[in-house]
Design a protein around this ligand. Structure first.
Ligand SMILES: Nc1ncnc2c1ncn2[C@@H]1O[C@H](COP(=O)(O)OP(=O)(O)OP(=O)(O)O)[C@@H](O)[C@H]1O
Ligand SMILES: [Mg+2]
Length: 416
């Protein structure tokens, strides 16, 4: 009997399965063991592509619709609604998730001896903040998607606890680790007692002292970067002749991946055209309208993310907005990123502190912080977290594969 473990991430996904006594990650796109969580519905050629291929098809300008960050929709009223594919057809958001899971499962199936029917799925500490009912619904929706691809027996495990299992596999002595899994959509924390002896036990409930999380992570930094640089060049926070800020909704929508398309509807476009008189410098309005006419919203959010990653470990970069206007470039550096994301950084550190507080232990008793998730590449963020727990040793795990590997270790315990 075979089984697999799926890390369905907001930005990247992976699937692990047993390989003898070990856990291995399945190649999911060429040799790569992680897959960008993206599906492109190509309405030119009437097909779908996944992962990097989806992002490329979209950038190459095929007609169709690119879906990303589908995980953020789970538990929200949007999840059960349909979205237009641009050719008159529509698809439910949860069906997009099902297609994506199907694709991942097929990749894992190639390595499995028998049909995969059992799986461990990761889940964030909270799919939805401060709303247990919506959070519950989110897990049910994801479970239904997994059922739909033929997975009959499904167990969930918290993503940061999975990362703790991965960390534990390399330990030679006991410790109390704070796992910080900072991904695209959520920052999740777990405080776990780990050690080689404990790893042999099946029931680890009493070793998990606390888990907590917040819906603030990589894409929120992207949003701040975009608002503070790119969208200012399009008039965000411009003052109208009366000294009032021009309506900002269009800017917030442009900076939010799944709302970008709402800006392109004829009704919105005509509303935006009527706002021209509010801009003392019509240049800004021209640029905004060009972005809407040319449907550059997604390209601009991609620029913001690239700029963030460019300066994640320090240094400077330039955001090239050539497609909006010739020679339009904005300088960007780590300091600007720190300022734009101050609030986010604070909320993430606060959530880490809260995790330890809930466990009722002293901050100085944390022996290590284990960093995983793409956003732990932000140097200032891992430094801010380390500074909050000065007695803990910072340990950097595999940013993109730790959770999937840890889910695999857990699956081995449950099904093996
Ligand atoms: N070098 C880097 N420095 C900073 N951020 C990075 C770097 N590389 C990737 N990221 C960011 O990491 C995020 C993706 O991380 P990851 O793949 O861990 O998320 P995820 O597992 O898909 O999301 P979640 O766990 O929240 O569901 C994106 O926001 C991306 O911009
Ligand atoms: Mg993740």
């Amino acid at each position: 009997m075979t089984y697999c473990a799926i890390d369905f991430g907001t930005s990247n996904s992976a699937v692990a399965l047993p390989d003898g006594l070990k856990i291995r990650l399945a190649p999911v796109e060429g040799d790569a063991v992680t897959l960008p969580t993206a599906v492109f519905f190509n309405t030119d050629e009437n097909n779908q592509s996944y992962g990097r291929a989806a992002l490329e098809a979209y950038i190459d300008g095929f007609d169709g619709r690119l879906m990303r960050s589908m995980k953020s929709i789970l538990g929200s009223p949007l999840a059960d609604t349909s979205t237009d594919l641009g050719d008159g057809s529509a698809i439910k958001y949860t069906d997009v998730i099902t297609l994506f899971l199907q694709h991942l499962k097929q990749k894992a199936q190639k390595l499995a001896a028998e049909p995969l029917t059992r799986a461990v799925l990761g889940r964030p500490v909270f799919f939805v903040d401060d709303d247990p009912r919506a959070d519950n619904l989110a897990q049910k929706q994801l479970e239904a998607c997994a059922h739909a691809v033929g997975l009959k027996e499904i167990h969930f495990q918290y993503e940061p606890i999975a990362a703790a299992f991965d960390y534990e596999a390399r330990l030679t002595q006991e410790g109390l680790v704070l796992v910080a899994d900072i991904g695209g959509g959520t920052s999740d924390f777990s405080l776990v007692r780990v050690g080689p002896e404990r790893a042999k036990h099946m029931d680890r409930k009493s070793d998990v002292l606390a888990h907590h999380g917040v819906h603030v992570a990589g894409t929120d930094f992207d949003r701040r970067v975009e608002l503070s640089t790119i969208l200012r060049e399009l008039g965000y926070q411009t003052l109208d002749p009366q000294g009032r800020e021009v309506p900002n909704r269009v800017y917030f929508d442009l900076a939010t991946w799944h709302l970008i398309n709402t800006v392109y509807t004829p009704k919105r476009v005509s509303e935006l055209q009527l706002m021209r008189h509010l801009y003392p410098d019509t240049h800004f309005h021209d640029r905004l309208m060009r972005v809407v006419d040319r449907r550059l919203g997604h390209a601009l959010t991609a620029h913001a993310e690239e700029a963030k990653i460019d300066v994640a470990a320090g240094g400077t970069t330039e955001i090239d907005m050539e497609e909006v206007e010739e020679a339009l470039r904005v300088a960007f550096d780590e300091q600007k990123l720190i300022e734009a994301g101050r609030d986010e950084t604070q909320r993430i550190v606060q959530s880490a502190r809260e995790t330890v507080k809930r466990a009722g232990i002293a901050e100085t008793d944390v022996s290590a912080i284990y960093f995983t998730g793409g956003t732990t590449g932000l140097r200032f963020l891992s430094e801010a977290l380390s500074a909050a727990f000065p007695a803990a040793q910072p340990v950097f795990g595999d940013r993109l594969a730790s959770v999937a590997t840890g889910l695999g270790i857990y699956a081995q315990r449950v099904f093996g």
